[in-house]
Ligand binder design. Structure first.
Ligand SMILES: Cc1ncc(COP(=O)(O)O)c(C=O)c1O
Length: 392
């Protein structure tokens, strides 16, 4: 059987299991409304633009100004073609916001994880990775020369036991976890993991893609949520593509780590830098949030409201903080049909299926955006609550 036949068979197999994917073209006209190909208007309830900043006038103006001055593409990697003051300023500002010594930009959050994890562990080193970590962490671990041990979700005892028994003498060890788990909305047990990192002389890597600008009084993320702050044991990964409404990823940590990544990491050395206009947008978003945490507070308010309605309707939500509300469905076909029913009512809430989650773990992943109009959102959740979700 040649490759074309194999591909056809694989596609058929995916179709039979409800796992084939199709892209849908939506024209957004603000952070949470779009029109589809047929002109149907939709309330989009599943974006990661938690603060609705990608449509903010000041953010767009900041990007437009730089776009006109600096052109569309960056022209090459920062080390080859020359960096620019916008990227350097963003790195200083995000490092300052997170409370870390230094930061380094990558072209996406995905690349930041792959770049960091593939670089830091040497042969013999051990990486302990939560089973629900994002795919970019999994891929970074696969590229690493270290050995990866996947631990059960948030199982601190398991981590401790592994640190005691699986570490080779003299080797480094890294614990890596999402701060907020993207498909479950659960928060990692950071105080306990940091205590283990200190006790066993290891580094704790936190991917805070979904915590930044959502958790903590000032939106500093999952560490602030627990009243913690950055320190020498912690490396934090983030993205500009979610709450900052733009694109790009970053690693925050000690100056020496950033220097090492800058000098050796392929994802930085061998990949074209982000367009400066895109970084300017992320900078402006960060600036807006530093001046006022009102949008972060609005997320809290809408989240509490949503949780209340779901609880009253006995709908089980997997998450425990933040802006992610996964409604567990289980069966893939069932999730597809629920998403279709909601779509027909003008609500875009896409189903999440394998391989983004485990087989049989399909769900509707609703997210909160600070741009939601409270009254409209109440109507949307009421409709979702009335859908035939059989997890009550
Ligand atoms: C936990 C987590 N890390 C990293 C990423 C990747 O970020 P980006 O979209 O900037 O590549 C995502 C994106 O979905 C994510 O959920």
């Amino acid at each position: 059987m040649n490759f074309a036949d194999q591909a056809e068979e694989r596609v058929r197999h995916l179709q039979a299991r409800g796992l084939i994917r199709q892209l849908r073209d939506l024209e957004f006209y603000d952070a949470c409304h779009a029109v589809d190909e047929k002109g149907q208007r939709l309330f989009v309830a599943c974006s990661n633009d938690y603060l609705g900043l990608r449509f903010h006038g000041d953010v767009i103006s900041a990007a437009r100004d730089v776009l006109e001055r600096a052109g569309i593409g960056a022209g090459g990697s920062r080390l080859v073609t020359g960096s620019n003051s916008i990227c350097s300023a963003f790195e200083r500002e995000i490092a300052d916001f997170k409370g870390s010594e230094a930061a380094l930009l990558f072209s996406s959050g995905y690349m930041a994880n792959v770049g960091l994890l593939s670089m830091i562990a040497k042969e013999g080193d051990l990486i302990l990775s939560d089973e629900k970590n994002h795919a970019s962490i999994i891929d970074g671990c696969r590229l690493s020369q270290g050995k990866t041990l996947v631990y059960p979700h948030r199982d601190v005892k398991y981590v401790e036991n592994s640190l005691r028994t699986k570490r080779v003498a003299g080797a480094n060890c890294f614990i890596v976890t999402d701060g907020v788990f993207s498909m479950d909305g659960t928060v990692a047990p950071l105080p306990e993991l940091l205590a283990l990192a200190e006790k066993f002389d290891t580094q704790l890597i936190i991917d805070d893609a979904h915590g930044l600008e959502v958790l903590g009084a000032h939106g500093r993320g999952s560490l602030e949520h627990f009243g913690m702050s950055m320190g020498p044991r912690i490396i934090s990964v983030g993205t500009c593509s979610k709450a900052l409404g733009s694109l790009g990823g970053f690693v925050c940590g000690p100056e020496t780590l950033v220097s090492l990544l800058r000098s050796r990491c392929h994802q930085v050395l061998c990949s074209t830098m982000l367009p400066p206009s895109v970084v300017a947008a992320a900078r402006k978003s960060l600036d807006l949030l530093r001046k006022s945490p009102a949008r972060v507070q609005k997320i809290r308010h809408l989240s509490a409201m949503a949780m209340d309605i779901f609880q009253k309707n006995s709908i089980q939500i997997a998450g425990d903080a933040g802006a992610i509300f996964p409604i567990l469905v289980g069966d893939e076909m069932r999730a597809i049909s629920l998403a279709r029913e909601l779509y027909a009512q003008g609500i875009y809430l896409s189903e999440i299926r394998y391989p983004s989650v485990s087989m049989g773990g399909a769900r509707l992943r609703m997210t909160i955006c600070a741009s939601y109009n409270e009254e409209e959102f109440m109507g949307v959740i009421t409709k979702i609550s009335k859908a035939p979700i059989e997890n009550r």
